[in-house]
Design a protein around this ligand. Structure first.
Ligand code: BEZ
Length: 215
């Protein structure tokens, strides 16, 4: 069964490079990213894991824990760590799940048989403090992900969880945001004291400054 937006993220226990993990307990009350890669000792995956390791502080600044997964055994994960550090300059600094029996991969529908029977695709799940799935992404094995984009999305998810706003195309932290249509003009005047610009009756933008003051 596919895991969809708004679903509770399925709980599981698994062996990882940092010892056994019980997922919900490990995640705690913060945010989490669970992502799969197809195989250890493969070129794109090596670059991806180093890229995620390089962003450790950026994820921490967003109260977000990261955990990776592939269907390789734990011994392979440990042997592969040296290559990741060697190639990217960043050692593995987050847990990597060993899922040789594909238990977690199947729970999260990370195996897409028409792409590969034996390896996980590049899935990403962002999970909120309430353990609900806030974002899913699926990339093929041939395309490495842009993890800066993942940080950008987490910024949007965290902002829109707190305020009655949405973020436009290509939005970045600090840029103007959209007031959600469910908020009337009258209500928006009260909630966003910095004011707003109506580009269309349904497209009202306000500055990031408004959000600090939003009541
Ligand atoms: C890679 O990480 O380079 C890769 C993994 C599986 C299939 C193709 C490429």
């Amino acid at each position: 069964m596919a895991v969809r937006l708004g679903d509770e993220a399925p709980d599981f226990t698994a062996d990882t490079t940092e010892g056994p993990v019980s997922f919900h307990q490990w995640k705690g009350s913060g945010w989490a990213v669970l992502f799969s890669h197809p195989r250890d000792f493969t070129p794109v995956c090596t670059t991806e894991l180093g890229a995620v390791a390089a962003l450790k502080r950026d994820f921490e600044a967003r109260n977000t824990k990261v955990i990776g997964l592939s269907v390789d055994p734990i011994a392979d994960h440990h042997r592969w760590k040296d290559d990741i550090k060697d190639v990217t300059g960043h050692g593995l600094n987050f847990p990597l799940i060993a899922d040789p029996e594909q238990r977690v991969a199947r729970l999260y529908d990370m195996i897409h048989p028409n792409a590969s029977d034996t390896a996980t695709v590049r899935s990403v799940f962002v999970i909120g403090p309430d353990n609900k799935v806030k974002l899913t992404l699926t990339y093929p094995a041939s395309t490495g992900r842009n993890f800066q984009e993942l940080l950008r999305v987490i910024d949007s998810l965290q902002l829109t969880a707190k305020h009655a706003v949405a973020t436009p195309a290509d939005w970045k932290q600090g840029e103007d945001v959209i007031i959600v249509p469910a908020v009337s003009d009258e209500e928006a005047k009260k909630r966003f004291p910095a004011g707003f610009t109506a580009k269309k009756p349904y497209l009202r933008v306000t500055s990031a400054r408004s959000l600090k003051a939003e009541v």
